[in-house]
Design a binder for this molecule. Structure first.
Ligand SMILES: Cc1cc2nc3c(=O)[nH]c(=O)nc-3n(C[C@H](O)[C@H](O)[C@H](O)COP(=O)(O)OP(=O)(O)OC[C@H]3O[C@@H](n4cnc5c(N)ncnc54)[C@H](O)[C@@H]3O)c2cc1C
Length: 412
């Protein structure tokens, strides 16, 4: 490799080397030059998705035996950081799509199921994988509802009632990245069993085809950052989906979320990529080497040298935690591993915005003009620590509580 990946240099597998090189090449030559357009128009990066599809990257985490590239969790996390370095919205939305294949693929493989459930799941997921591999289908992941549900603290308000041959879905989702671009929306909802006490253990994970009757996309989309994600609202009014659209058997999503906390860390690589981009920009700006800009050097000022050193230290801390967390990701992690995972999430999500803030302060006023990427990186980086279920606030909340209380412990 003739570049240092966003995660830093480390002993990569041959597949990781080749995918990182591919991501770097696509990012450098295609995604970076287009990034300002999606941001300006708040439009979806369709052109980048054509490139991802042609390169086989939509099926990157579909298992080999189902026609995909069979990349594992750590490989995905590294490649997503590399893409995030060139286009945050492409990396973030690709995360929603890739996770739809990881939850049904390797994650589901690590969750205990009855033989019957396993057989049903393996049959159904082949249909979803084939859509991605053969048709280049895109899956979105709309979980959020503006309630405590996406934080894992309450049942989803969107419901699915069992009917002959499938499910009737009703409800509303907010912030659905890929709205209007996805072919399928992987919706989390609560099984409506007709009683008055919905239960998080009855969470269902269903793929709603974009063409379904009763499905609609609504609302404006004009946010501060991550504008190209086009995360609009979705409404479901008596939407029928067939049984085979179940992305996981009944009750298994809840188990999966308990078993695999590292799956909630998958939004972080985008922001590690953004932090790298802000740092790289700062170095070339201070050296007077940004293409198209006057070759003014600003590197001789001790204050700027100190700032760059601070940025590098923060970036290295983020990378070290990130790499450790992706290497030790596992089902049912021991407490220490879980704590490091939370720490990694917090460090990356808050750190990305911190590095962008320092980058603007250090480079100075002319660096925040719209024709340069820094102000977009700054706005995009602000979104990271707001994303559920592991917002910066909720991570602090979990870490503090889980450090001081062992499972089941109470004060009186
Ligand atoms: C660019 C972008 C893209 C996104 N894409 C997606 C997507 O594709 N799919 C998706 O599902 N979501 C997506 N989201 C949404 C995101 O994950 C959050 O759901 C959203 O930012 C929450 O906004 P809010 O104003 O409701 O947040 P908040 O009000 O901060 O939190 C939401 C709810 O969680 C609960 N909550 C918050 N803090 C706590 C706490 N400490 N303890 C208990 N409960 C708490 C509260 O009930 C609160 O109403 C995206 C967000 C952004 C910014």
């Amino acid at each position: 490799m003739d570049f240092t990946p966003a995660v830093g240099d480390m002993p990569f597998t041959p597949q990781q080397r080749s995918l990182l090189s591919l991501a770097n090449e696509l990012g450098r030559s295609r995604f970076a030059p287009r990034a300002a357009q999606w941001d300006r128009e708040a439009s979806f990066p369709f052109a980048n998705y054509s490139d991802l599809r042609d390169a086989g990257l939509l099926a990157m985490c579909v298992p080999h035996q189902s026609g995909g590239l069979g990349a594992d969790y750590a490989t995905y996390m590294m490649v997503a950081a590399e893409i995030g370095r060139f286009c945050g919205v492409t990396s973030l939305t690709w995360n929603m799509h890739i996770c739809s294949t990881m939850w049904t693929g390797m994650l589901a493989d690590g969750i205990s199921m009855t033989q019957e459930q396993r057989a049903e799941h393996e049959r159904r997921r082949e249909m979803h994988f084939a859509r991605v591999v053969k048709e280049g289908a895109i899956y979105a992941q709309p979980f959020s509802e503006g309630s405590a549900a996406a934080a894992g603290r309450a049942p989803f308000g969107t419901t699915a009632r069992k009917v002959e041959g499938g499910w009737l879905v009703n409800g509303r989702k907010i912030f659905a990245s890929l709205a209007g671009a996805a072919n399928y929306y992987g919706v989390l909802c609560t099984e409506d069993k007709g009683d008055a006490h919905p239960d998080v253990r009855d969470t269902l994970y269903l793929a709603v085809p974009a063409t379904s009757e009763g499905f609609a996309i609504a609302g404006e989309w004009d946010p501060l950052g991550m504008r190209g994600t086009v995360s609009r609202n979705l409404t479901f009014k008596d939407v029928f989906v067939s049984d085979d659209e179940q992305l996981m058997p009944r009750g298994i999503y809840f188990k999966g979320a308990q078993t695999w906390p590292a799956m909630f860390f998958t939004l972080a690589p985008t922001y590690l990529g953004i932090a790298n981009a802000a740092y790289d920009f700062t170095v070339s700006y201070l050296r007077g080497e940004v293409p198209g800009e006057p070759p003014v050097k600003r590197r001789m000022y001790p204050t700027k040298q100190v700032s760059v050193a601070q940025m590098r230290i923060q970036l290295e801390t983020m990378k070290a935690l990130f790499v450790r967390a992706i290497q030790e990701a596992q089902p049912n992690p021991p407490k220490d591993v879980r704590m490091r995972l939370y720490a990694a999430q917090y460090a990356v999500m808050e750190g990305a915005n911190d590095i962008c803030r320092l980058a603007i302060r250090t480079c100075g006023g002319q660096s925040m003009m719209r024709h340069l990427p820094l102000e977009r990186l700054y706005r995009d980086s602000r979104c990271g620590s707001l994303m559920l279920p592991w917002t910066a606030e909720l991570v602090l909340d979990r870490m503090g509580r889980e450090t001081l209380y062992e499972p089941g412990e109470k004060d009186e």
